[in-house]
Write a protein that binds this ligand. Structure first.
Ligand code: HMG
Length: 421
């Protein structure tokens, strides 16, 4: 591999318009709210409504990162989407994103899948493509997009969420330089969480999934430490960012790290508050967004502390059920503080709408249908963002994209896209 500085140049989120207060869910389910707020560490969860799907969330996050970071779309030579919320057996979400954003035809376009690890698989493919020299100076757009759904009334219900994270990957990144070739990996064939083809909601063996996550962390951490020792060590990690199905899971994982390092519980708690908690704020508001959860935590950390962390090394732990995991490190780039402020990473979390409980249940029930009826397009959907209008008579998905900045309609030259009214 050609050695060069490669990593996350810019990052942005998108979330659905609506969220459910977990206090409202707790009241209806007859559960003390502390179980959700303290036991799971979560406060709200984003709920995808009519017109929102993995494509619209991905497109809005990608449009935002391109615009905010001042990226020339012509410089993008790879468009990779990590997702586990399938919309088609063949056509990738990445193709829709590529079309809706009018990215250049000379572009490698594909989806990656391995539960929540799928986003990291795409990110690593992009970094290694650039580091190898094969990119010939071009950038990659990597998007993680998902809708987390569990059955109504099930233990997984308070850990739902929806959203996307888009990242520009480039040489000389402005946010995080990723250390390639030194990660720790772990994989094992388990059934901790799965999404059968005939279902919209995930199936999960909840407590077993927590144990699998911790085993995977142990395996990846062991290999990462061996590699660190082999190379004579590096700076200690100033922060560790975890995959966050719910914030308490990151605490459990960090406890596991402390145990492996021989730290007592009091020292572990103090370190957690300093080194992990700042990355959990966005997750507590949005819930689990599967592939994007780790990168939403990265955005949360950079939003809170990028200036203070310039030059330091942070650890990133990615877990995907099934299972596969990777622990790797990245260095916070010079100037990341000011640039993170320009990216306004928390903007999509402002101005959301609180859903009433009955509306939430109605949305989830309607959503449980496997596929929308062909030939029914909903042109009345709001046009301030990308919208999924439905499926046409030939069973093609139809989208409409508006330019958020000007509010004016944009007609993209693809059969599956229609103009805003
Ligand atoms: P549960 O069994 O209903 O909850 O579901 P519990 O009884 O285990 O309680 C949860 C916590 O709340 C416990 O704390 C309780 O003590 C506490 P802990 O012991 O864990 O520290 N608690 C309270 N605290 C304060 N006041 C109270 C109170 N009552 C209880 N009154 C479970 C929990 C996570 C199993 C469930 O929500 C679930 O199945 N979630 C979905 C699966 C999941 O998120 N797994 C995480 C690891 S797997 C993963 O991360 C991959 C994934 O993202 C998918 C992918 O890769 O694609 C899911």
């Amino acid at each position: 591999m050609t050695l060069s500085t490669v990593g996350i140049d810019a990052i942005s989120l998108s979330t659905p318009r609506a969220f459910l207060e977990l206090a409202d869910l707790a009241a209806k389910r007859g559960v003390p709210v502390e179980k959700y707020t303290s036991g799971l560490g979560a406060v709200r969860m984003a709920i995808a409504g009519p017109g929102e799907d993995p494509v619209t969330l991905a497109t809005d996050a990608a449009a935002r990162v391109i615009e905010r970071a001042g990226i020339d779309p012509e410089s993008i030579g790879m468009c990779a989407v990590g997702t586990e919320t399938g919309i088609d057996h063949s056509k990738p979400v990445a193709s829709y994103v590529h079309g809706l954003l009018d990215l250049p035809p000379s572009c490698r376009v594909f989806d990656t899948k391995h539960a929540c690890f799928g986003g990291t698989a795409a990110l690593m493919a992009a970094c290694e493509w650039i580091a190898s020299g094969a990119a010939r100076g071009r950038r990659a757009l990597v998007v993680c997009t998902d809708i987390a759904r569990y059955a109504l009334g099930s233990p997984g219900e308070p850990t739902q969420g929806a959203g996307a994270v888009a990242m520009i990957v480039s040489e000389r990144p402005r946010l995080l330089e990723i250390e390639l070739g030194r990660s720790g990996r772990y994989a094992r064939d388990v059934h901790d969480f799965w999404r059968p083809l005939n279902r919209r909601d995930a199936l999960v063996d909840g407590h077993f999934s927590v144990a699998c996550y911790l085993d995977a962390f142990t395996g990846a951490f062991d290999e990462w430490r061996r590699e660190e020792e082999r190379r004579g060590g590096g700076d200690p990690l100033a922060r560790v960012v975890y995959h966050v199905p719910y914030p308490k899971m990151a605490k459990k994982a960090d406890r596991q790290r402390a145990k492996l390092e021989g730290l007592d519980d009091a020292a572990a708690d103090a370190r957690f508050a300093r080194e992990v908690a700042p990355s959990l704020a966005f997750s507590a508001e949005v819930g689990n967004i599967y592939t994007g959860s780790l990168y939403m935590a990265v955005a949360s950390l950079l939003h809170a502390e990028a200036s203070a962390l310039v030059g330091t090394r942070i650890g990133l732990f990615s877990y995907g059920s099934g299972c596969g995991a990777e622990l790797f490190a990245a260095r916070v780039a010079e100037g990341a503080g000011g640039f993170a402020r320009e990216l306004a990473l928390d903007e999509p979390l402002r101005d959301r709408v609180r859903l009433g409980f009955d509306r939430y249940e109605a949305i989830r029930r309607a959503d449980a249908e496997e596929t929308p009826r062909a030939g029914v397009l909903d042109e009345s959907l709001p046009c301030d963002r990308t919208a999924f209008l439905g499926i046409d008579a030939a069973e093609r998905r139809v989208y409409r994209r508006a330019r958020p900045a000007s509010g004016t309609a944009r007609i993209a030259p693809r059969a599956s896209i229609v103009a805003a009214a």
